[in-house]
Write a protein that binds this ligand. Sequence first.
Ligand SMILES: Cc1cc2nc3c(=O)[nH]c(=O)nc-3n(C[C@H](O)[C@H](O)[C@H](O)COP(=O)(O)O)c2cc1C
Length: 305
Amino acid sequence: MSQLNLAVEIGGLKLRNPVMNAAGVLGLSANLLKRVYEAGAGCVVTKSLGLHPRRGHPNPTLVAVEGGILNSMGLPNPGASYFANEVKRLKGMDIPVIASIFGSSPEEFIEVARILAESGADALELNYSCPTVGRERCLLDADPENIERVTSAVKDAVDLPIFVKLSPNVGDIVECAWASERGGADAITAVNTLKGLAIDAELRRPILSNIMGGLSGPALKPVALRCIWEITEEVEIPVIGCGGISTWRDAVEFLLCGANAIQIGTAIMYRGLEVFWEILEGVKGYLEVNGFTDVNEIVGLAHET
Ligand SMILES: Cc1cc2nc3c(=O)[nH]c(=O)nc-3n(C[C@H](O)[C@H](O)[C@H](O)COP(=O)(O)O)c2cc1C
């Protein structure tokens, strides 16, 4: 059997392989994140953390829809200072950690970023893109000016790779990608959930307490691939692909489309942690059968037509 290289480097962060969990799915404790790493992930991503503890929205916050789920969790989290201890525990086990963070102002983003940087996080993922939280918090998604301003403020404040997670809920995602790059982002994560709604015919009202939710799962995949294609045609920094990846074939498609790494969210809920092992084995098999020796060799090949 030939020697395969799965290791990647994303904006200065070296990982044993390009597969990670998506923020918010299994990211609320060191114990669960340790299990994600043991299941094979190249690194782990925390739930999005804000400055203060947050309950999130009342139930129902999740509903199964065609091709995926709608969630309106509303960023429940125990706050950055509490979670800093969980990050320390993960670092004590030598597990690479990307801390996902949000804030309602550049100052708040900076404060959260500093807390997580001090706790030992290896990189920060700035979540500007949660569609289930009101405009008062973190919803900077449609505004490239804010993206650039906050990204550069965080970049100046901490000495860590900065990843910007973008929303598909915008007219032109390339504008947001350019703004991230101008702000000094080291990579882009694309994408967060797509804003959606579900109605209960019997009750004659929206199912989610928050009315709107974010669509994730297989139905999101073509949208995510389109976003990654558009972004990678225009920006130089690496892209972490996310949205609807459930199988190794999906993962390969994202890499071919231009993603340097991938995140898995909803599929963990349906398929359990085995999904990491299955995807890694499948990607390895694909590389071998097609005569590649390094996963980086297939990144972006679909653009070379
Ligand atoms: C229950 C749930 C909670 C989520 N929480 C977060 C979060 O805290 N921060 C974030 O950036 N994205 C969050 N997301 C979005 C995911 O990280 C991911 O971008 C999205 O689900 C698309 O990937 P998937 O189709 O593989 O799930 C959440 C998604 C789900 C389903």
